[in-house]
Design a protein around this ligand. Sequence first.
Ligand code: ZN
Length: 236
Amino acid sequence: MRSDLLGGLALVAALVASLLSSTPARADACGGAIAPPTLTVRTDARPPTQDHSRGVASLSKDGNLAVPRGLENFRYAVGVTAADATGHTEWDMQGQALPDGRQCWWITQAKIIATVSTRVFIAKEIPRGSCLWNEVVKHEAKHVHLDQQLFPKMSGLIRPRVLAAISHSVVARSQAEARTLLGALLSKATRQAVSEFQRARDAEQLKIDTAAEYSRPNKICGEAAVSAIIQRAGPM
Ligand SMILES: [Zn+2]
């Protein structure tokens, strides 16, 4: 049973750009630090969903799922709780002409909306309503509960990291190039911050997966019930 992944982060950018017509900036000053842009980060946590489409073999070998492979008696995953995150960004930029004909651009304000949701996988080989089913649901509920405590902390982790990454200007040959460069800067910083949150979340989630917790279904439902599911799943 067990844990956890923040999936692909899709960033969509909406943009307002303006090239200032004031005196040209100094070319050698461009690329350096700017006053930090206005940055707001919001996390939307969606209600958890259940997924019965995948089998034991598929869940067990999925390297994106943080199952406790280090656990001495870990052999397979019959349930997994995963977190998916998608990001939406909106940002504005401003630029100035440089004396050499190029331009200097920077982000003036940005908004990041991160949507996070928890998906509970229960292996398709487990009969609905069986003892093992109930045990897996009970166990995964602990992961879901922890996600609900962790998700509100996500914005606080993302904000300072992204702010540090976008607090400098870039040299560009055109507004289009500036848009590409700054957009990449913002999305890369957001992805990295979300990955960092993911690692912290996975580490917290794996604390739930103790050896005692992991052997509970076998104790409560019996070795035979668990073996029957593994048999049904076929070779791993
Ligand atoms: Zn678990």
